[in-house]
Design a binder for this molecule. Structure first.
Ligand code: MLT
Length: 215
């Protein structure tokens, strides 16, 4: 048997994703942190701490490599997704969250996704294809990832979307469409517009934190 190469190796082998797990004593919420293209499992840890310092943090690294940049699913071009891969990766990620809840012993009913860009898009895809995985989601610069074959049961799900008014990647109409779609499936959606582009600002963090506190 080969010796583990890092302290988390056993869990990574069992759960199938390289990831960070940061438990917090008495936590009632787990933030599932999903980085953007070219990021990794470390990227959103500071954001998770700012959003809710009392929550457990679970932060996987996307398994797809685009010229060495980690992503959560394949794309054919900017904003054009490989839908077959997206469906497969969405299932894989939702299964990871379920397995991590059993492995680490956190409440699977208390998971809030926090995704940026590509991470926000797969979080939206989890809402659409595996709605029971998430209690709520913070989608920072998300677009419509796909249209589900059957309507997901999203009644009771809370979603915060922060969109950039001048985002060069996501047209405003696409952010509106995502909000409308999630509302039609029963989610309670707050859509907030930031006077910026694709990058996150302090205002995004403050707005998401205030929303989370009230959730
Ligand atoms: C995506 O591919 O998910 C979006 O275009 C955002 C990005 O990662 O650039």
């Amino acid at each position: 048997m080969t010796a583990p190469t890092n302290a988390n190796q056993g869990a990574e082998d069992a759960l199938g994703f390289v990831h960070r797990w940061m438990p917090r004593e008495g936590a009632t919420r787990t933030l599932l942190l999903l980085h953007g293209t070219g990021g990794d499992e470390e990227d959103l840890i500071p954001l998770g701490d700012m959003l809710d310092p009392t929550a457990n943090l679970l932060s996987p690294r996307g398994k797809v490599s685009e010229q060495g940049m980690a992503r959560f699913f394949r794309r054919l071009a900017e904003g054009v997704f490989d839908l077959e891969d997206l469906r497969l990766r969405t299932t894989e990620l939702a299964d990871f969250v379920d397995a991590a809840a059993r492995h680490y012993g956190f409440d699977a009913a208390g998971v809030t996704a926090v995704g940026f860009s590509n991470g926000a898009n797969i979080a939206a895809s989890v809402l659409l294809l595996r709605p029971a995985t998430l209690r709520s989601a913070i989608l920072l610069r998300a677009m419509v990832p796909l249209v589900p074959d059957s309507p997901p049961a999203l009644a009771g799900a809370q979603v915060f979307i922060a969109a950039g008014e001048h985002d060069p990647i996501i047209p405003p109409s696409n952010s509106e469409r995502l909000a409308t779609m999630l509302r039609e499936y029963g989610a309670d959606v707050a859509l907030e517009w930031m006077p910026v582009g694709h990058q996150l600002t302090r205002d995004d963090v403050d707005a998401a934190r205030d929303w989370l506190r009230a959730e």
